[in-house]
Design a binder for this molecule. Structure first.
Ligand code: ARG
Length: 381
């Protein structure tokens, strides 16, 4: 499964580029030079150096934090949507380190990001640890929006199998699921506070925008009862900038259709909808070469894009996203920066070779600032 973005550990193409390589002279304070120059730059570098030497978090001004976050997006090797990096809205909430305050701020984050369908890229940065490795509040949820995976006694899962463990954790903390457990029950937030204790924060009704799925020409599609939430807000990645790790810094862009249509609703270990769609299409599932999976996949993706558009919720299709990435790639080259990218993450999972990114060699280069998974942070400790 080395080609699967969720399980792969290194780039698959070109083989010579597997694994991140050092960016050479690049250092983690270089982003400051995009904001300051002359004596001012020297002064800020010295202030950062002194704080880091003393084991304190870097002394970002709000403007420096905003720029570091944008550069972190620009640097992130797994993202196809980076053309828009300058448009990231950064909320400086470093003064908040209490679970109740964080939950309130994240409710605002979600509303700002959803923006009535005109999805805005937003990041909210909460307190860094006082000392490296010290306890600091963090989100247990992978994303702010997620559907429960209810495991029945016979082992069958209703909902999103990806979230079975999180669902059980929420239940153990006292979550009251809907009386009749559904396939699309939104999970509450779990926030671990300074004291390390996990607390449950139920979502107010109506906070999460969702899109019911319909197909432009297949009337039965609606009866499948499929839906997805409007905005993916990643809540458990670490934002690393200027030698400082921010363990709670949720961020979002808008969806690319294939994330929902070719993975979340299609993967056999997720919602596994291809067999039922193929059945409705009247395809012969006994014959691989009838290409029933492929045909079902296309109709599912048509439905995702159509439904988001119809509901006025911003989404990008993989052809447009590929073209935007190529534009980003060229712009970065003109700015004298080589783009760090992972081919196995950038190439869309639907009709890959029809997109220009498929035909573009890429390599991953270690960069800072960047966004890291907790596993990546733990691995280098
Ligand atoms: N692939 C993830 C999902 O389907 C979301 C990852 C971030 N995606 C994005 N468009 N910013 O929920």
């Amino acid at each position: 499964m080395s080609g699967c973005p969720f399980h792969a550990s290194a780039s698959v193409l070109p083989p010579s580029a597997a694994g991140p390589s050092s960016g050479g002279a690049a250092d983690e304070l270089d982003f400051l030079a995009e904001l300051h120059d002359g004596a001012n730059l020297a002064r800020r570098r010295a202030a950062y150096g002194a704080a880091l030497a003393a084991g304190r978090p870097a002394p970002f001004s709000a403007e420096e934090l905003r720029h570091a976050a944008r550069v972190g997006w620009r640097n992130h090797a797994r993202c196809i949507g980076r053309l828009h990096w300058r448009g990231l809205d950064v909320r400086d909430h470093r003064h908040l380190d209490d679970a109740d305050q964080i939950a309130a701020s994240l409710r605002e984050h979600l509303a700002l990001a959803q923006n009535d369908g005109a999805v805005r890229p937003v990041m909210t940065v909460f307190a860094p640890p006082e000392t490296a490795g010290g306890p600091v509040p963090r989100m247990i949820n992978h994303q702010l929006c997620a559907y429960a995976g209810h495991r029945a006694a016979d082992g069958a899962v209703r909902g999103d199998p990806k979230n079975v463990a999180l669902t059980e954790r929420a239940l153990a903390l006292g979550w009251n699921p809907p009386a009749e457990r559904g396939r699309f029950d939104l999970l509450p937030w779990i926030i671990a506070g300074r004291d390390g204790r996990e607390r449950l924060f139920p979502l107010p009704a109506g906070l999460v925008r969702e899109v019911p799925l319909r197909h432009p020409d297949l009337p039965w599609f609606e009866e499948l009862g499929l839906r997805w939430y409007a905005v993916p807000v990643i809540a458990d990645m670490v934002f690393r900038a200027a030698g400082t790790d921010f363990p709670c810094a949720p961020f979002n862009g808008w969806y690319m259709g294939t994330e929902i249509g070719a993975r979340n609703l299609a993967d056999p270990d997720r919602y596994d909808q291809l067999p039922v769609i193929a059945e409705k299409l009247g395809l012969d599932r006994r014959r691989n070469r009838a290409l029933w999976k492929d045909r079902a996949l296309v109709e599912l993706n048509v439905a995702v894009l159509h439904s988001f558009e119809r509901e006025g919720v911003k989404i990008v299709d993989h052809h447009a996203a590929s073209a935007e990435f190529m534009k980003f790639y060229e712009r970065e080259r003109s700015a004298g920066r080589e783009v760090s990218a992972r081919w196995d993450w950038i190439v869309p999972p639907l009709s890959p070779a029809t997109t220009e990114v498929y035909h573009t060699p890429m390599r991953e280069i270690a960069r800072s600032p960047d966004f890291l998974t907790r596993a990546e942070v733990a691995a280098v400790k």
